[in-house]
Design a protein around this ligand. Structure first.
Ligand SMILES: [Zn+2]
Ligand SMILES: [Zn+2]
Length: 450
């Protein structure tokens, strides 16, 4: 080869390329950061476990716990972990520990916005996070139909949010099928499915049509307003120049009291319907208000929570704010005839309405119904329990028949994972209920595949 031939080839750069740092776990993108529908950190953990094809508790025990190095995350302690998993979405030590550990494992920098950590200086823990999940079945169903990722928004983890601001309907707080409350993280957690019975929690589940839709006549303005206001707050977090400080509360309160009652705290307390001594303490910065009180003040004076906590608030009182939350509460003492009628109707419904449903329909608390109508409540409870058991048996029988058909179908071989999706039932639930059938189907799939 002559030298002119060699000159035709470029000179190789032999300097080694610098590789960026690799993350231990997937660099999974959290959903909706910077929107009111931002994902919760517990929801993110559930999706991360699913992306790695491991149970959630395994991910926590084997990856997050060693990184977090926290005593309460030792493997033997994880048994009761589901009960306090809700705290991961808050702003305390647990939230900070999980956020740090997960950011180290995924190399993400935005997981703080999946928690309430940005608001830790201006919120108190009391009444902040709900004990168990609440969800909007219509949101789940819409995401599923649109082929979007199913996830658990942070807004649904807040105790004060009882309405879906997108669909203006009540959030559901128990699985319509097994009637269980669901922890935020459980051994078999999967977004959009019941972690106890594996049932799909979207709108198609059978009893959701009983849930009262918020119409204009029955609208509780304050609840809708609260959901929207909290949504704005979550939306604001990533774009705020600085995080709110404790002093902001007394500053904003002083400004609002000045605008509404010309500096008279006593009159302001009466106006917003709160105790004047509490308000005095908050005004002087001795304490900060529980988030439900904060929301109540903001609602009454027409200032969004984001404005109250981040800016110099300008009061916008409109007459509707003075309406009837209290009046509504007072007039909700139904007469006996109406209550008995509601019980009779509930018995005729299929599936029968629960005590909670009746309580919502007549606007009378469930505890008062139990106290004043024990016989009727007992009859309803028995009916609901019988129906639940019957439905559960029917469901499993239906699934069993389909599994047998899948096994006997000579031209078809299907994996348990695919079958569980088709049956809208978690894979682990299938194995627990029908171990032999599952093993036979898995063996058939393996045989045909090999
Ligand atoms: Zn919704
Ligand atoms: Zn369930």
């Amino acid at each position: 080869m002559i030298s002119s031939d060699i000159d035709e080839y470029g000179v190789w750069n032999l300097v080694p390329l610098e590789l960026t740092q690799r993350s231990r776990l997937y660099h999974l993108l959290p959903i909706g950061v910077g929107t009111a529908q931002v994902e919760s950190l517990t929801g993110y953990i559930v999706r991360l476990a699913e992306a790695h094809c491991v149970p959630v508790m395994t991910l926590i025990a084997k990856e997050i716990a060693p990184m977090a190095n926290a005593a309460y995350l030792r493997e033997k302690e994880l048994r009761g972990f589901n009960k306090f998993s809700r705290m991961i979405n808050g702003f305390g030590v647990v939230a900070a520990t999980f956020k740090d550990a997960l950011e180290s494992l995924t190399l993400r920098k935005d997981l703080m916005y999946l928690t309430l950590l940005p608001w830790q200086k201006v919120m108190t823990n009391k009444c902040l996070l709900r004990q168990s999940q609440a969800w909007c079945p219509e949101c789940y169903e819409e995401w599923k139909d649109a082929g979007k990722i199913i996830y658990f928004p942070l807004l649904w983890a807040l105790n004060m949010i009882t309405i879906c601001p997108v669909h203006s309907r009540e959030l559901i707080m128990e699985c319509p099928f097994c009637k269980c409350n669901l922890y935020f993280i459980d051994s078999y957690s999967r977004a959009g499915f019941c972690s106890k019975c594996g049932y799909w929690l979207g709108k198609t589940c059978h009893s959701n049509n009983k849930v009262i839709t918020i119409t204009q006549e029955t609208a509780l303005l304050e609840r809708v307003w609260t959901a929207n206001s909290f949504g704005d707050l979550l939306k604001t977090a990533p774009i705020s120049v600085s995080l709110p400080v404790r002093e902001q509360i007394s500053f904003s309160l002083v400004r609002c009291i000045q605008q509404v009652t010309e500096g008279n705290t006593y009159e302001f307390a009466r106006f917003v319907g709160l105790n004047k001594n509490m308000l005095g303490d908050w005004r002087l910065g001795r304490h900060i208000p529980q988030v439900n009180y904060l929301s109540k003040i903001c609602y009454r004076i027409g200032v969004s929570m984001a404005e109250f906590l981040l800016k110099d608030p300008v009061v916008k009182i409109s007459t509707p704010t003075q309406t009837s939350y209290r009046k509504q509460a007072k007039r909700c003492i139904p007469n006996k005839e109406d209550v008995l009628k509601a019980f009779n109707n509930a018995v005729k419904e299929h599936p029968p309405a629960t005590i909670k449903d009746i309580s919502k329909i007549i606007g009378y608390s469930a505890s008062k119904l139990y106290k004043n109508y024990p016989e009727q409540c007992k009859a309803i409870s028995i009916l609901v329990a019988k129906n639940k058991s019957r439905m559960l048996n029917e469901k499993w029988e239906n699934i069993r028949v389909k599994m047998v058909a899948a096994l006997n179908e000579t031209n078809m071989q299907v994996s348990i994972a695919a079958l569980s999706k088709k049956l809208s039932c978690h894979e682990s639930a299938l194995y627990r209920k029908f171990p032999e059938l599952c093993h036979a189907i898995a063996a058939k799939h393996k045989d045909v595949g090999s």
